[in-house]
Structures are given as structure tokens and as C-alpha cells.
Design a binder for this molecule. Structure first.
Ligand code: ZN
Length: 383
């Protein structure tokens, strides 16, 4: 088993989380990662994704040349951007656990993945282990709709298969993830004075509330979820509101269930709107609904018997660990890369309670992730 340099890994992680890198502003952290991987022998380039998303850098694409012939290229991928509140991160080290001071996220999502990849490249460089070409890709704008991966210049990458490091437990390899649909509903009622003539109005908020109360939301089943996350409408407490906008999403690893959930949500709004009518001075008014749905991203579905999955399980065994393939409810760069024809699974790095100011990480998990990856690269090289 290959032992990673735990101190170097921890030090780099702590350094990376202290560099602000909200989406579209990943340049500083990209330059730091570039220096790190160049010291491990990588050749770095940037694609033009940054211009397409109006960010300050493109995706960082680092190539590590093969040290042995005839081995297929392998992809290692993590994203550089973090969510808000993510500026001025002050990590607190408590034994093996690293947490935030409670004012920001930690950014272990996904600087842990970036640090793990850097450590793996150092080990390859230091250890003189025979391996094929490695494409290490550090993406931008994952957190704002997987924009870096969508715009990744695949002509700059040779690998057709590999790992994304962007989930919590290194005991799981996520091989399937949901497709997601974003939705927007605009309910229009009729404005009226709330005190003098409420019967001359129709409350768009009340109509939306009836629709929502009738709706199945949250966890629908083990592979389907739905959420309404934003509601906006009304002008003042003394006006019957004539418009409310509700935005939400549905996700499922099963396309038929996803379609059914979206249809159900639309039907709930349509039914509530159809019931809302009022006649004012002999004129009949009916509430209206405008809605749109768009696919946010497609699912990922790597077969459990794919060579990649079997090799990761075997690599874990060789490093004295167990990894089980699993499904996730989250979307990540792997969704896009699989949709774009690569075979990519998502390995955990130890990030926990992500997207909250309670985010923390256990260094032992980053170590496990790096060690399994090194065994995997060895296996991949026929070792
Ligand atoms: Zn992430």
C-alpha cells in the first residue's frame, strides 16, 4: 500500500481553503494549484471556459506524462469554486478534524478534492511509480450549475474515464446521480383593496398556497426528491396580491419518475388556479398560471460492473479499506462528464455538512481517498 504524505496534504488543504474562490473568481486558487502540480511535474494549460461564464479564469487542465507505455489515460477531477458565505475562511484544526469558525463554509467542497489530487500527483512524482498519462482537471463554476464542466474543452483531455472527488464519505463511490429539472410558476390573481373590497380580488398567494399544500415535496422515494425553494410576490399587507412567483426543482435517478413528479407539481398549480374565479361588476375574472420547466442537468449512470467501478473496489481492498458503489441525490461535474461521453464516478474525500457554516472534514478521510486513488492508478497500470 502506498502511504501518502499526510502533513503535506493537510498543509495544502489549509492553504487552499484560505484562498477565496467564489464561483467566477477562482483565479487565485487556480494559480496556487498550478504551482503545486507543476512542482509535481505537471504541464498546465487553461481552457476558454472562463470567458464563456464571465469568470476570471478557465478550467485548469494539468497533464502528467506517462512513465510507462501502453496505459490508457486517466482523469482526476475536482472543482475550485466554493459557495457563499465562503470568503475569509478561518479553518480551525482540532486533531484530525478541520472545521470553520462558524462564520463561513469551510470550502472542503471541493478544496479537499483539489488537495487529494495534488497529493496523488506528488506521490506519482516522488515514487517513480509506473503509470499512464494523467489528466488532472480543476474546474470552475461547479456550484452555479456545473458551468465549468459544461464548457470544459474536451479536446484538451485524452482520458475517457476517471474519478471526480466531490462527495462526503470515502467509503462510497457514487456511480449514479439524478437528472434535475428546474421549474418556475407564476400565479396571477386580481388586485384589490384588502380592507374595503377583498371580494373584488383574488389572492395569488392564497392560490399558490393551495397548490403547494396539495403537493408532494421533499423525499418522494429513494431516488426522487422535489423542492420549492423560492417564493416571491405581493406588494403590501393591505393589497390583495395579484402575482406570486414560485421556483423549485425535482430530481430523480429514474427519468419516468422525474417526469411524473414535474407533471404532478404543474397539475397542483393548474388545479388551484382553475378553482380561482371571481365576478366583479358583472365581469368574470379567472386566475392564470404561467409555468416553465428546464432540464438543469442529466443524470449519471455508470454500470456497477464497469471496469472503473471494479478497479476502485479492488484498489480499496488493497489499501485495507472497503468502498461500496452507491447512488446520490446530488449533481456534480461527473453528471456532465458522463453526459459528454466519459465514464466518471465520484469518490468521497471526507467533506461533511457542506454548504453550511458547520462544514467540517476529517483529514483521515482525505488520506483514505488519496491512498485508494494511488492504488487505483497502480491497478490501472497493470500493477
Ligand atoms: Zn462540490
Amino acid at each position: 500500500m502506498t502511504a501518502v504524505n499526510r502533513d503535506r496534504l493537510t498543509r495544502l488543504f489549509l492553504e487552499l481553503v484560505r484562498i477565496d474562490s467564489l464561483s467566477r473568481r477562482e483565479r487565485d486558487v487556480a494559480l496556487r494549484i498550478q504551482a503545486e502540480v507543476e512542482s509535481a511535474g505537471a504541464i498546465c494549460r487553461y481552457d476558454s471556459a472562463g470567458e464563456k461564464v464571465r469568470g476570471n479564469t478557465g478550467n485548469l487542465i494539468a497533464r502528467i506524462p506517462a512513465t510507462a507505455p501502453g496505459i490508457a489515460p486517466f482523469l482526476l477531477c475536482a472543482h475550485m469554486d466554493t459557495v457563499t458565505p465562503g470568503e475569509g475562511v478561518k479553518p480551525i484544526v482540532d486533531g484530525a478534524v478541520i472545521r470553520t469558525d462558524g462564520t463561513t463554509v469551510l470550502g472542503g467542497d471541493d478544496k479537499s478534492g483539489c488537495a487529494v489530487i495534488c497529493e496523488v500527483l506528488h506521490q506519482l512524482h516522488d515514487g517513480k511509480m509506473p503509470h499512464g498519462p494523467i489528466d488532472a482537471v480543476f474546474t470552475i463554476c461547479e456550484e452555479i450549475g456545473l458551468q465549468g464542466a459544461r464548457n470544459l474543452d474536451l479536446t484538451m483531455i485524452e482520458a475517457k474515464s476517471g474519478l471526480v472527488f466531490d462527495s462526503d464519505s470515502p467509503g462510497y463511490l457514487f456511480v449514479s446521480g439524478p437528472s434535475a429539472v428546474g421549474m418556475r410558476f407564476t400565479v396571477r390573481g386580481l388586485e384589490a383593496h384588502a380592507g374595503m373590497a377583498p371580494e373584488r380580488g383574488m389572492s395569488a398567494i392564497k392560490i399558490a398556497a393551495e397548490a403547494i399544500a396539495a403537493m408532494r415535496l421533499g423525499r418522494i422515494d429513494d431516488e426522487t426528491t422535489a423542492n420549492l425553494g423560492v417564493i416571491q410576490g405581493g406588494r403590501a399587507a393591505n393589497i390583495v396580491p395579484n402575482e406570486v412567483v414560485v421556483r423549485g426543482e425535482a430530481r430523480s435517478r429514474c427519468e419516468a419518475k422525474l417526469t411524473a413528479q414535474v407533471d404532478h407539481m404543474v397539475a397542483c398549480f393548474a388545479d388551484a388556479v382553475a378553482r380561482a374565479q371571481v365576478t366583479v361588476d358583472g365581469v368574470h375574472f379567472a386566475a392564470t398560471l404561467e409555468h416553465s420547466a428546464h432540464r438543469s442537468y442529466g443524470g449519471m449512470n455508470v454500470p456497477q460492473d464497469a471496469p472503473l467501478v471494479r478497479q476502485v473496489i479492488e484498489a480499496a481492498r488493497r489499501s485495507g479499506r472497503t468502498i461500496a458503489p452507491a447512488g446520490t441525490g446530488g449533481g456534480c461535474d461527473a453528471n456532465i462528464l458522463n453526459q459528454r461521453g466519459l465514464v466518471v464516478a465520484n469518490l468521497g474525500t471526507g467533506m461533511r455538512d457542506i454548504h453550511t457554516v458547520r462544514e467540517w472534514l476529517d483529514v483521515n478521510d482525505m488520506v483514505a481517498s488519496a491512498e485508494v486513488t494511488l492504488e487505483l492508478i497502480k491497478l490501472h497500470a497493470g500493477g
